[in-house]
Write a protein that binds this ligand. Structure first.
Ligand SMILES: Cc1ncc(COP(=O)(O)O)c(C=O)c1O
Length: 452
């Protein structure tokens, strides 16, 4: 195995930052201008974290490509960190969105599309009853509320280094002594996190049993594989045992498929035959029009009905005036029905395999101490030799120099990966040539790092 020369890496990073500035003068001007009216100079605070001196400003996007304000063309593997996974502005979705926009956008009343989308989600996940929100964060928040309501319990269990959106309960991690603490950077935490949350490592069944044994946990909120600290896959048998433990201790099991939908049309729930009480999903459903959903098993739905205060349903803390609006439902119907189809997933997953093969050939060909991991059409490489078995190992394996360097190197050559860690998603519009382009540029980055 070879080591990366850190001094060379630093020089290369300086060069790439300079290249970035030279290739993006108009974005630079727009970034300066934005500072006059936007907090942090960006529409949302986390956009300050893109590698490069400022974010690239987008002019337009189509399929698996976009063009920036300087006229540069990109192959987009970031795809809005899953929000654009249907490909940018797929024609069928755009037509349905335009038609619906012309005849009513939001009414606080259902349209015919609502039950169609509910049935389609039921088919995909084998979960019968659904409600809609605008974000996956809200889907998780409301599902947690219902879980507390029906169980009469307060605590939530999450995986260490999980991410489920800006859900207060999920911003917890473990300190070295195994105590639950607020995750670093948690803005204005409402209460000490150990009041609401227990944290267990993925693949630690003994830890999970200890967390559930008091019978005070309302719900385990888990991604079936971690995707937000690098991909961490479950051990064989992990999910069967999680289901068993939840049933034994009267805890509900929530599976958040927002990112793991990459495993197939029904996410890991269908691909791995999971049996959750609750499924949540957002981002992908409406081709980027805010759309998300949570679904309950038949048994849980009965308990929810029994615990519903019908008179106060509008002020019970599960809400959202715009949730389930006509536009969002039309976007979901078109996107699920005609874009993110079972056939499309088959092709996307084949491209994921090709991407994984390409990355592996670069890593093995140069004996780099890195690895690649894939979940369906989502692929990620990490700069450590071994796969992480849990969130702590994955967090320790992040490389604060290599991660942004590779990202910027690719970006400067027209390939966009998810920021913060290097992850790629395939869309129905992605092509084999797009994938091969990544392999080629990634190989060049590796060669330059090795001084080859
Ligand atoms: C697994 C998972 N759940 C939920 C969310 C929250 O999605 P949103 O920010 O659209 O609410 C995310 C966001 O990255 C996520 O990765």
């Amino acid at each position: 195995m070879v080591d990366i020369d850190r001094a060379r890496l630093q020089d290369l990073m300086e060069r790439e930052r300079q290249t970035f500035r030279e290739r993006h003068p108009r974005s630079g001007e727009l970034a300066e201008d934005a500072k006059r009216s936007l907090l942090f100079g960006v529409p949302m605070n986390w956009m300050t974290r893109w590698p490069g001196d400022y974010p690239v400003f987008v002019d337009r996007a189509e399929g698996a490509r976009f063009w920036d304000a300087d006229g540069n063309e990109f192959v987009d593997f970031c795809l809005g960190d899953t929000g654009g996974m249907a490909g940018h502005s797929p024609k069928v979705s755009v037509d349905a969105i335009a038609q619906q926009a012309a005849k009513g956008i939001t009414l606080m009343l259902p349209t015919e599309d609502a039950a169609w989308v509910g049935s389609e989600l039921a088919r995909r996940f084998d979960i019968p009853y659904w409600n809609f929100t605008l974000t996956a964060t809200d889907a998780n928040r409301f599902a947690i509320r219902w879980a507390r309501q029906v169980t009469g319990r307060t605590k939530v269990v999450v995986h260490n280094w999980c991410y489920h959106g800006s859900v207060d309960e999920s911003f917890a991690t473990l300190d070295d002594a195994g105590n639950v603490i607020a995750r670093e950077g948690n803005v204005g935490k409402p209460v000490p996190l150990d009041e609401t949350t227990r944290v267990v490592e993925i693949n630690d069944l003994a830890g999970l049993e200890a967390a559930l044994a008091n019978e005070d946990v309302a719900v385990c909120m888990f991604e079936p594989a971690l995707t937000n600290i690098g991909i961490v896959l479950p051990d064989p048998g992990y999910h069967e045992a999680v289901r068993e433990l939840c049933s034994t201790y009267g805890t509900l099991l929530l599976i958040d498929e927002t990112h793991t939908i990459s495993a197939g049309p029904g996410g890991c729930t269908r691909a791995w035959n999971l049996r959750p009480d609750i499924v949540t999903i957002g981002k992908t459903l409406g081709a980027g029009i805010p759309s998300a959903a949570y679904g309950f098993s038949a048994e849980l739905s009965e308990r929810v009905y029994a615990h519903t205060d019908w008179k106060n349903a509008d002020v019970g803390g599960v809400g959202g005036t715009l949730a389930g609006n006509a536009l969002s439902l039309a976007a979901m119907r078109a996107t699920l029905g005609e874009v993110m189809t079972d056939d499309a997933f088959e092709r996307m997953i084949e491209l994921g395999e090709r991407f994984e093969e390409g990355v592996r050939s670069v890593i093995e060909g140069r004996e780099l101490p890195w690895h690649v991991v894939r979940l369906g059409c989502r692929v990620e490489y990490l700069f450590r030799a071994e796969r992480a078995r849990n969130g702590s190992e994955a967090a320790a394996g992040q490389d604060e120099q290599l991660d942004p360097f590779i990202h910027l190197y690719l970006l400067n050559r027209g390939v966009l990966m998810t920021p913060f860690h290097n992850m790629a998603l395939m869309s129905p519009a992605t092509t084999g040539e797009d994938v091969d382009r990544h392999t080629e540029v990634f190989g060049r980055a590796a060669d330059e790092l090795l001084g080859a």
